[in-house]
Ligand binder design. Structure first.
Ligand SMILES: Nc1nc2c(ncn2[C@@H]2O[C@H](COP(=O)(O)OP(=O)(O)OP(=O)(O)O)[C@@H](O)[C@H]2O)c(=O)[nH]1
Ligand SMILES: Nc1ncnc2c1ncn2[C@@H]1O[C@H](COP(=O)(O)OP(=O)(O)OP(=O)(O)O)[C@@H](O)[C@H]1O
Length: 692
């Protein structure tokens, strides 16, 4: 019997789990996505909820209107000093307490400032529209980009030789320092491929700085460090170091492929695509449109390797930690996007520490007044020592009673989660009983009840708070015993007791925690399987999470779900593309300078998309001619010659904006010029429909 116990901050906060793609019948879900994450309706209104606290009225939080010419290079400008000015430290994330895991706090607070700042040069993202630059043509124009399109092509000369550097004596002293410090923080930075990637990243970003004056390389290291700290393997860490090289330097896919292999090159390219979509969404304020935001994070998962999403999340987390270097306007925009798109993504992937940190940082930027009030009020309430000692107490008592268990862990609830719960349930902070919580996973149902007896003998019960979801499972199948007890007669402590099977049910499938948290959304089986697959991929590639998983079932019994979306025929979770209910395709449509994320049934074509925008839309009525023929749509930067071309998840379709008739010839010429440029910039062999 495995007896896992306490102590030490638990790095991933992902409860132990195993992914079994075939455990749940997912076939009957409907396809409409109508999300209502708990945080969405929450603005202000907290004052009345605080018992005995006089709180000022809510701060107005507007995501500002911004100029279309305000290029969102934003995060590139960030200061990278990792001082992480976010207080108090306790609120960095909800913490799990368990033995054998490294504290994420130490990582995030690690001092990392570079004395030597290389000279500035303009970020090549502003100029580089080469290989994977998605939006070079009309999209950038439509978005008011100030890009000089004439500058770039794949044949542009590199500002440094790709051959120099690694192993040569051209290494910058600041880089050597940075690497040494990274190696002290995590041993994966001693791995040969990681060192090589570090120096390649150094060359690629040499001279690039963030607003703080810190070298850009520092951001690459911090992103890779976040990945290393959730146990990502060296492929993912290498890709983390190189994650911005395709966008921001002249390093090409082929170069990365040659030096690091297809696995790394594909990941870096995947991150680059996600960054470009995210940027487009940010510039169009998509995060404010609930349904579209939901489609977007679903799309992110569907179009990229889940590990690329992981890297993008790490990148965003570090950028959020250093958001203070940006203007308040940009801070708001990024925080909004992060809260609506990236935090739910982290949750779906089961990386709860990142989700918590992202949410808390967004909370601080979007609702500073409420954040301050909550921080002040709860500063003394978060008691990690109390959780540790409660775990020890319970461990001993269980031992005495001869009750063995698989996992005993604890966490304190995050600031933002408390805030959401207060607003959602109209509770005062005193009425939140699960700020401190323990979770016990035992062998069988009988042991659940025996353990409950132990809990009640150890601590006094809060009347009316016992919930027996084992005898009376929730409608979604969730099973567990929940008890609230008073520790030292003063602090409420929630204890959840369940078996391994119940825990799997609570993590995956119908009762999965991410779905519980996202509210009453109806998900298609396509989305559910995709999330499950993505969680599996991430878990499999992250040592820490894998360890976690092995504590819930022996590793021999862990089988990957069938590769998404091609489940084997006998898999109950099998995705059936022929079913009209399944497989919605989310496509980004850019029309009249505006972006929308639209949902189409599986197998829809460009022609279907045009029909949706068809007669009645401004484009048609203005010209009085079929737009299909007169102004051809572009799909992922390329003109579409066959309107029967099938749309794929993540496709970007540009539709020509309305223009006055008299400008039509001029406009056609412009289209032709962009068309020509688009072809010149596209990497040979790039498929139309990169979202596959
Ligand atoms: N995964 C999963 N967890 C759930 C689900 N329902 C409840 N939980 C967990 O159980 C905890 C408390 O649930 P309940 O005892 O029903 O409490 P409540 O009535 O919602 O509210 P409080 O008692 O105020 O916490 C939640 O905080 C979750 O951690 C579910 O459907 N899925
Ligand atoms: N008593 C507990 N012990 C250990 N982990 C818990 C406990 N309760 C929830 N968790 C886990 O903590 C993480 C953060 O959950 P969070 O506190 O935001 O929401 P919740 O308590 O599960 O739900 P709600 O806010 O609706 O009460 C999740 O992974 C969740 O499974």
């Amino acid at each position: 019997m495995v007896v896992a116990t306490t102590i030490g901050l638990y790095a991933t906060a992902t409860p132990p789990h195993q992914i079994n793609g075939c455990d749940f019948d997912l076939s009957s879900r409907s396809s409409s996505a109508s999300p209502s994450t708990p945080h969405k309706p929450i603005i202000g209104g907290l004052s009345s909820l605080f018992s005995g606290a006089s709180v000022k009225s809510s701060t107005s939080i507007g995501v500002e209107e911004y100029s279309r010419h305000d290029r969102s290079e934003d995060l590139k400008d960030l200061s990278l000093s990792s001082s992480f000015c976010y207080s108090p430290a306790k609120f960095v994330g909800s913490s799990y307490l368990r033995r054998d895991h490294q504290s994420p706090i130490s990582v995030l607070h690690g001092p990392l400032s570079c004395s030597c700042s290389p000279p500035m040069r303009i970020s090549s993202r502003d100029r580089n529209l080469g290989a994977s630059g998605l939006f070079n043509g009309f999209v950038r124009k439509a978005l008011g980009s100030c890009v000089d399109y004439e500058l770039e092509s794949d044949s542009i000369e590199l500002t440094f030789s790709m051959e120099d550097g690694f192993g040569a004596d051209t290494r910058q002293p600041y880089a050597r320092d940075l690497l040494r410090r990274a190696q002290l923080r995590h041993k994966i930075f001693k791995d040969e491929s990681v060192i090589k990637a570090f120096y390649e990243a150094e060359k690629a970003h040499r001279g690039q700085m963030r607003a703080s004056g810190d070298p850009y390389l520092q951001h690459c290291v911090e992103t890779a460090m976040l990945l290393a700290n959730i146990g990502a393997n060296s492929t993912v860490v290498v890709a983390g170091l190189l994650h911005d090289t395709m966008d921001d330097s002249f390093m090409s896919y082929d170069y990365i492929h040659r030096n690091f292999g297809a696995g790394v090159a594909d990941l870096v390219e995947g991150v680059s695509k996600l960054s470009q979509l995210s940027k487009l969404a940010r510039e169009n304020n998509t995060a404010c449109k609930t349904v579209e935001a939901d489609r977007l994070h679903t799309m992110f998962l569907a179009m990229a390797d889940a590990r690329a999403v992981l890297i993008k999340l790490a990148d965003r987390l570090h950028n959020m930690m250093t958001l203070y270097a940006l203007s308040p306007v940009k801070q708001q925009r990024f925080a909004k996007e992060t809260l609506e798109i990236f935090a739910p993504l982290a949750n779906r992937l089961g990386i709860s520490t990142w989700k918590v940190q992202l949410e808390n940082l967004c909370f601080k930027h979007l609702y500073p007044q409420q954040h301050n009030e909550m921080s002040t009020m709860l500063e003394d309430s978060f008691d990690e020592a109390m959780i540790t000692s409660a775990i020890e107490k319970l461990e001993q008592a269980l031992k005495k009673e001869g009750i063995s268990y698989h996992v005993l862990c604890g966490r304190h609830k995050s600031l933002y989660s408390i805030y959401c719960k207060m607003l959602k349930k109209k509770l005062t902070v005193d009425e939140i009983h699960d700020i401190h919580g323990l979770r016990l996973i035992v062998n069988n149902e009988g042991d659940c009840y025996k353990a409950l007896g132990v809990v009640h003998r150890l601590w006094s019960e809060v009347p009316g708070k016992l919930k027996d979801y084992i005898t009376h499972p929730k409608f979604n199948g969730y099973q567990s015993l929940h008890a609230v007890v008073m520790d030292n007669g003063a602090v409420p402590l929630e204890v959840q007791i369940r078996t391994q099977e119940m825990h799997l049910q609570a993590e995956f499938g119908f009762a999965a925690h991410w779905r519980y948290k996202e509210g009453d959304c109806k998900y298609s089986s396509f989305v559910l399987q995709m999330v499950e697959w993505a969680r599996w991929v991430v878990t499999w590639h992250c040592e820490t999470m894998s360890k976690d998983r092995s504590s819930i079932r022996s590793s021999d019994s862990i089988k990957p779900p069938c590769k998404f979306p091609s489940h084997s025929g006998d898999c109950p979770a099998s995705y059936t593309p022929n079913s009209s209910q399944d497989g919605p395709v989310y496509v980004i449509v850019i029309e009249n300078d505006k972006m929308s994320v639209q949902e189409f049934p599986a197998s829809s074509t460009v022609s279907d998309l045009l029909s949706r925008a068809g007669p009645g839309s401004s484009r048609w009525s203005m010209y009085g001619i079929p737009a299909k023929e007169e102004l051809r749509p572009r799909l992922n930067q390329r003109p579409v010659s066959d309107l029967k071309w099938k749309l794929k998840m993540g496709d970007v379709v540009e539709l020509t904006p309305p223009i006055p008739d008299e400008s039509l010839p001029e406009y056609r010429e412009e289209i032709q010029r962009m068309y020509d440029r688009g072809l010149a910039f596209s990497r040979p062999g790039t498929m139309v429909g990169w979202g596959s």
